[in-house]
Write a protein that binds this ligand. Structure first.
Ligand SMILES: [Zn+2]
Length: 1472
């Protein structure tokens, strides 16, 4: 057959195939209610087969045949309708079956409605007759077209080509690459230069951009790299949002601009704008202005097909992509086309091949696509000639923008692939398609053909997918660790192709854009942007009646959307589209499923992932056809439908991340088609026991079995049949730690014994196992054997209390990663773990954590078969933490390259380090660094990095080590070594030998270090970081004059306060430094949860952890608490009142005495306020003018004036780490123009404060955001302050009696707009609930007198809220204030005792203050740790549950948490 220009857009055959398949289904045959239905069905089947017979020919006929086109259109429409009818019949049969079953078991019947069977049958008969008649008519017409009968072979070997996926190589682009890289590496004189790469579609512009973007030299050159896919929609907001990766719903250009500047300033950055079409110069100029804020040498690369675009954007000569040379195109083609050709056959095809390559016009995409196509063809000269001579090559390319080579490639797809491929047009351009998801959608649509062998539809779908990858129609973008493809993309031109072949069938609607949806649309995908409003149901004027797929695509997470409208929209779609096969609502805001969803009887795919659904109603089980139910990350979901067992077609039930699920529905074991079931919660009652897993043998991927403590009978565990689940890759077994006080079941050992998984397993995790011994299936292997889990790569054993003997894991041939955590019973690692003759032949990573009692790790076991030298041949990374007794005997395995040892006193010694000739990185902390250990370091001949943290014994880098030259040694980090006094001796200009090649030096929090050695100037340093070394301060003050030079030679805005003198002193000899590193202090974000963050805030006197609470001291002391006590409870910063300090003892005196730190003997950080607030709040006579705050002296009554200058002057004398700008304070409850006046005055005063600040090197000036409750004023103020680039920002004017809803909204607004890398301090806030809410919204620091003041009235802070010790009920209460608190007060005093003291004795308020502050410190620490450890939501939930046990969480808290993206639904009772 000669390939012509085909009616490409119309493929009806797969749909007809689907119906024919269904009609011959067994189920259909059995549903023999009525003979006439059956005979009609058979006739329908035969007419469809008649049509099917000629379809292959019809679908290959020329595009010009209009009549044939129409015929095919009608045929396809009729076939889809026939599918609906037949599907209705089958669903009815399914329904009856389920009904019968439920009658038999007589348990649940509520969901089964009893329809009138006669009426129903009558209706069915009519529909099937109509359909048949319609198809008969269409079948008769086929004779008009003289179509050939019989199916066309598409090449016999097309299936086998799927397995191998050719990675994308790049040929012939070396010159282009070097040219672009030269441009990027040249810093030049411009702040920002822009290089456009221009060329035809498919020529490889993006590929070239990717090549240079990922080049190592380029990565080293730039501080930040950003990639934005632009396409037709050139929106400044969208582009900035992509760059800053704004996770918020921010559509405010001003706020985005600020974020952009915060991100880019100080950085030499590279930005790629991929696929730009915008020809509007004005818009580009507007964006360019915003982008011109980076460091000199920042670059933009833009790819475009248009020279006009290039001319508008470029600042240098554009790079025109030359077409690929014939030779290189040939290489691409040859690789694919000749894969399966025998060498001796090749010559016959080379000539034709060359002709074909000629026609690709030098486009690599075309050469690849056509090469793949040829590779799938039978090797017959005729077929090759047919392609070479195809008329498609002559098609003008710009007619619909589709490359002829791609069109050919599509035309030659087998028809089952055509529909699968065409379906992908529903995804937007540049969208990453998830493989598994796509296959599920294909299956829902019926595109996956049934095959004779018993292959699962998913496996067939996978072959289709690989085939499309192999044909270069999909590009792989992500693979998992086992080399499985996870995601793919389509090239722009390929996407254009899908759109052109499905013109009328699918549509992508983007909210906010006008789209035309044709009536006949069968698929649709609504891309919605959650920041924008969804269309109202009534606004959907287009008529979509036959939708088969409808998918809402989220673009953005955690955004704000009107729930009500959202629900309306979803309900509308559900009620108007009865034919839906696939419905995707993932990530949408729905909380309940509309009841009408049960009417979608054809539905096979339902995605509800990441929604707020709490309960899945039972009526959902009426969706008998459902195959895929995706509930991933439905955190709120508490229950699955009780009758779920009736959904017998369910293949994928994804409940991973459904952490609120309490138990499984009854009888899950009946869902024998399940392939995806990532979690099973074992229950105690029949139907929920572990034996439900018995028949679920198709389960693949991962399975987590929870609550194994509920299994009492080992035989039940055996019935779970884990052994027969051959496709399981990852198995996690966990027991509940405490069984409500009951002892662990005695049978735990026997139960685990029976849970032997299949030997195909790759990952095994066991947690909190209460038994005594490991199971035989792990233990009883005496020699290396391939049957002993040959594919297991990862094992994690955590929290075993009683097991003493480890299993012989050393025998596992593929094990790469082993984690042993908190195995309390294990005393040693040795022969028993290695196994007889075992060596851990593949182990790369070993973690040993939290082993309090482990004593010995023997790396040279003495059994006769194991050769010590052979142990751990591949071990590269070794981490040991918190194993205080552990010793290694005799030494670490010699292959180790990276070693981390923390809090393991005995692990580091000269002996243990011997022979580590491959060790590149050594990290140790919290250990005694003995001289002998240091001597051992000399032998580490490959060492590149050494990090020493928290070694209190370290006073000096030892001389013996320093004189030793290790040529590879590049990087030294010394963190928090409190007694480190010297880096070591050198001879003046001669650095110690060890440091001859040192390029990175980092010293942090080493307070005893008083000087840097002279020789440090002669190190080849590229980076130097010094943070929080208080003694170094002041020493280098003479170099401060350098500051002026710095400012004039660079173009950055430098606020004088940011440079630390010692750092400045070093600037002159470290040539490649970014100024960023020389801020006087730093904020390092250690962890984030949405907006909440935990950070390390380095201040001159202390390194703090945020979120943090600062107690307020009036005269610099906290009433009743000594400094030692404050340190003891973990206080990091104290707030001093400038007003009080200035009155007594007076700023001058403090200054004379050496600053407040010395005066009050407080070694940690201090903050002083401006004094203004105190005056306004304490003195009625205060008056505020432009000059400052005028007040009456409380001493002599004379009028006094506090100006911004004076406030700063006083604070400079006091010498706190953080000082506050003087602001114009107004009560929040005041409204009107006074608020506006105060806000602008605050902004004017900040400049006076900055100018007056004389010690920017040692003190950090924070600005204060004012503006009352008015978002506009707040916004102006934030922007004004951020422009001044201060070290930190406070949010002022709150906690003054405003309503809580306004309060959190102001905080949310300010934290969102303030820069990420600066601390945010909410002033005057200190109620525990407020602190938790503000932290969730991204605030870092708080102060308040509340905890100490309320203590004076006998009120203690407890997790439940407050405890009034004055209450009579306390008189006999012998408990401590808070049984969960371990503070000194709670350890020593009863409530009864405190009841006697409070309000009567000063001691009482002191003790309660002590507890209250401990409580606040503990809260700060818990906030910090929960964010760092990724369990912030759980912490917040626990906090709220304790405070509001009845679930009456205030609405403002719920609202704030919603914006913070913290799910607190479990704290609120469910309203049914
Ligand atoms: Zn306490």
């Amino acid at each position: 057959m000669v390939a012509g220009i085909a009616v490409a857009s119309l493929v009806a055959s797969p749909f007809i195939g689907v119906v024919v398949n269904k009609l011959s289904a067994e189920l259909f045959e059995k549903w023999g209610l009525c003979r006439s239905v059956r005979s009609d069905a058979r006739r329908l089947q035969s007419v469809l087969e008649t049509i099917q017979n000629v379809l292959d020919d019809a679908e290959q006929q020329p595009i010009t045949n209009k009549a044939l086109r129409d015929w095919l259109t009608r045929l396809k429409d009729a076939a889809l309708d026939a599918d609906d009818v037949v599907d209705d019949l089958l669903t009815e049969a399914l329904r009856r079956r389920a009904q019968d079953r439920s009658r038999i078991c007589r348990t649940v019947r509520d969901f089964l409605s009893f329809k009138n069977p006669m009426l129903l049958r009558h209706k069915m008969v009519h529909r099937i007759k109509d359909t048949r008649a319609r198809l008969d008519e269409i079948a008769d017409e086929r004779n008009r077209f003289h179509l050939a009968e019989g199916s066309v072979s598409h090449g016999a070997n097309e299936r086998e080509t799927c397995s191998a996926v050719v990675e994308s190589e790049v040929y012939g682009r070396d010159t282009d690459k070097e040219k672009v890289i030269n441009f990027l590496l040249d810093v030049g004189n411009e702040d920002l230069s822009i290089l456009p790469i221009v060329g035809l579609g498919g020529i490889g512009k993006t590929t070239l951009a990717q090549l240079v973007y990922n080049d190592e030299r380029v990565m080293a050159q730039f501080d930040g790299r950003f990639w934005v896919y632009v396409s037709e929609n050139f929106s400044i907001i969208e582009i900035i949002r992509s760059i800053v990766r704004s996770p918020t719903n921010c559509s405010d250009l001003e706020a985005l601009k600020l974020q952009l500047q915060a991100l880019l300033c100080w950085k030499r950055y590279l930005l790629v704008l991929d696929d730009v079409w915008n020809e509007n110069q004005m818009i580009w100029e507007a964006l360019k202005v915003l982008l011109t804020c980076g460091k000199k040498g920042s670059k933009i690369i833009t790819t475009t097909r248009s020279e006009t675009v290039a001319r508008i954007m470029g600042t240098v000569t554009l790079h025109k992509m030359p077409i690929l040379s014939f030779e290189h195109c040939w290489l691409l083609f040859e690789q694919r086309a000749f894969r399966l050709v025998r060498e001796e056959e090749k010559p016959r095809f080379v000539e034709i091949g060359k002709q074909i390559v000629e026609k690709c016009g030098g486009l690599p995409l075309a050469a690849k696509a056509i090469g793949s196509l040829m590779g799938s063809k039978k090797k017959e000269v005729d077929q090759w000639l047919a392609i070479s001579e195809s008329e498609l090559w002559r098609l003008p390319q710009d007619e619909n923008g589709v490359l002829p080579a791609l069109m050919l490639s599509y035309n030659h797809l087998p028809s089952y692939l055509k529909s699968c491929f065409a379906y992908c047009s529903i995804f937007p351009k540049d969208y990453e398609i998830e493989r598994e998801n796509l296959i599920q959608l294909w299956n829902a649509e019926g595109f996956i053909e049934k095959n004779d062998c018993s292959m699962l539809a998913e496996a067939v779908g996978n072959q289709y997918f690989n085939d499309l990858v192999w044909r270069s129609l999909f590009e792989v973008t992500e693979k998992d660790e086992y080399d499985n493809i996870v995601k793919c993309k389509m090239h722009d031109l390929v996407h254009d192709l899908t759109c052109s072949v499905t013109k009328v069938e699918s549509s992508v609607i983007e909210v906010g854009k006008k789209s035309i949806v044709p009536d006949s649309s069968h698929y649709s995908l609504l891309v919605y942007d959650r920041r924008k409003k969804l269309p109202l149901a009534s606004e959907l004027t287009y008529q979509m009646k036959k939708l088969r797929s409808f998918i809402l695509l989220r673009k953005q997470w955690f955004a704000y959307v009107d729930d009500k409208k959202h629900m309306d929209f979803v309900s509308y779609m559900i009620s108007t589209q009865p034919n839906l096969r696939a419905l995707g609502l993932g990530g949408s805001k729905i909380q309940v499923l509309p009841g009408r969803i049960s009417k979608l009887k054809h539905l096979r795919y339902l995605d509800l992932s990441s929604t707020s659904i709490k309960i899945l109603p039972n009526y959902i089980v009426r969706l008998y056809n459902l195959q895929t139910l995706n509930l991933q990350y439905c955190y709120h979901l508490q229950k699955l439908p009780a009758s779920m067992r009736h959904m017998i077609n369910l293949r994928h039930l994804d409940i991973s991340g459904c952490s609120s699920l309490i138990h499984m529905p009854l009888g899950m074991g009946q869902l024998s088609n399940l392939q995806t079931l990532p979690m099973f919660i074992v229950g105690m009652e029949d139907g929920r026991r572990i034996n439900e897993l018995d028949q679920l043998n198709l389960i693949r991927g991962q399975l987590k079995i929870k609550n194994l403590n509920n299994v009492n009978d080992p035989m039940e565990a055996l019935k779970a049949n884990l052994f027969t689940k051959t496709s399981l890759q990852s198995l996690k077994l966990s027991w509940k730690v405490k069984f409500n006080g009951r002892a662990a079941p005695l049978s735990a050992d026997d139960v685990l014994e029976k849970l032997k998984p299949c030997s195909n397993l790759r990952v095994l995790t066991m947690k909190t196992f209460p038994g005594i011994r490991f199971p035989g299936w792990l233990m009883n292997h005496t020699e290396p054997s391939s049957s002993f889990f040959p594919y297991l790569v990862k094992i994690k054993l955590e929290d075993f209390e009683k097991c003493e003997c480890l299993p012989p894991l050393g025998l596992l041939p593929s094990l790469k990663e082993l984690s042993l955590i908190k195995l309390t019973g294990v005393k040693r690692i040795g022969t028993e773990l290695y196994g007889n003759g075992g060596t851990f032949p593949s182990l790369v990573q070993l973690k040993i954590y939290d082993m309090a009692y482990m004593e010995k790790w023997s790396t040279s076991p003495t059994d006769e078969t194991t050769d010590a030298r052979m142990l751990f041949p591949c071990l590269k990374m070794l981490t040991a933490r918190d194993c205080p007794k552990l010793e290694v005997e005799p030494c670490f395995p010699p292959s180790v390259e990276s070693l981390v040892i923390e809090n393991c006193e005995n692990l580091l010694s000269a002996r243990s380090l011997q022979g580590l000739s491959k060790l590149r990185s050594l990290n140790f902390g919290g250990c005694v660094a003995s001289p002998s250990a240091f001597a051992g370091l000399q032998n580490l001949t490959a060492l590149e990095l050494l990090r020493i943290e928290s070694c209190d014994e370290l006073t000096c880098m030892p001389q013996s080590l320093m004189q030793h030259n290790i040529p590879s040694f590049q990087s030294l980090k010394l963190i928090n070594n409190s007694n480190l006094k010297s880096l070591g001796e050198g001879k003046d200009q001669q650095p110690p030998s060890l440091f001859t090649s040192l390029c990175h030096l980092e010293i942090e929090a080493s307070h005893s270090l008083t000087a840097l050695p002279e020789w440090i100037r002669y190190l080849p340093l590229q980076d130097l970081e010094i943070r929080g070394c208080s003694q170094l301060e002041g020493r280098y003050s003479s170099e401060i004059s350098l500051l002026s030079t710095m400012i004039t030679t660079t173009k950055f805005r430098v606020v004088t306060g940011e440079l630390h003198p010692v750092q400045l002193a070093l600037v002159c000899f470290c040539d490649r430094l970014s100024l960023e590193r020389y801020r006087g202090f730093s904020l390092q974000v250690l962890g984030k949860f949405n907006r909440a963050r935990a950070a390390r805030l380095t201040l001159p006197h202390f390194i703090c952890q945020t979120p943090l609470f600062m107690p307020v001291g009036t005269q610099g002391t906290i009433k009743g608490l000594t400094n030692n006590q404050l340190e003891e409870i973990g206080c990091q910063i104290i707030l001093g009142n400038t007003y009080h300090l200035a009155l007594r003892p007076g700023a001058e005196l403090i200054d004379d005495l050496g600053g407040l730190h010395k005066f009050m003997n407080w070694k940690r950080a201090l903050l002083t306020d401006s004094g203004g607030f105190q005056m306004v709040s304490l003195l009625h006579l205060a008056d505020i003018t432009e000059q400052g705050v005028t007040f009456q002296s409380p001493v002599d009554g004379k009028p006094m004036l506090l100006t911004p200058e004076e406030s700063i002057q006083i604070q400079n004398k006091i010498g706190a780490d953080i000082i506050m700008a003087l602001d114009d304070v107004v009560k929040t409850t005041i409204t009107g123009p006074r608020i506006e006046e105060a806000m602008y005055r605050t902004l004017r005063w900040i400049d006076r404060c900055i100018a007056a600040h004389k010690r920017p090197d040692a003190q950090n000036l924070f600005g204060i955001v004012q503006g009352g409750l008015d978002p506009v004023l707040r916004d102006i103020c934030v922007r004004g302050l951020v422009d001044r680039n201060l070290p930190g920002y406070a949010i002022g004017g709150l906690a003054g009696g405003e309503d809580k809803d306004s309060f959190w909204r102001v905080v949310a607004q300010c934290t969102a707009a303030l820069p990420e890398d600066k601390p945010r301090y909410v002033m005057g806030v200190g109620y525990p609930l407020d602190v938790v809410v503000c932290s969730a919204l991204g605030a870092d620091m708080y102060d308040c007198v509340f905890p100490t003041r309320t203590a004076r009235f006998g009120t203690a802070l407890v997790p439940e809220g407050v405890l009034r010790l004055k209450n009579q009920a306390m008189a006999n209460d012998e408990r401590p204030i808070d049984s969960t608190c371990s503070c000194m007060v709670c350890r020593n005093y009863t409530r009864a005792y405190l009841h006697c003291l409070v309000t009567k004795d000063a001691m009482g308020s002191q003790l309660v203050s002590y507890h209250n502050l401990s409580y606040m410190m503990r809260l700060s620490k818990d906030l910090h740790m929960s964010i760092v450890e990724g369990r912030f939501p759980e912490f917040v939930q626990g906090f709220l549950r304790a405070q509001f046990p009845k679930g009456d969480v205030p609405e403002w808290v719920c609202n704030a948490m919603e914006v913070a993206g913290v799910d607190i639904s479990t704290c609120i009772p469910i309203i049914n």
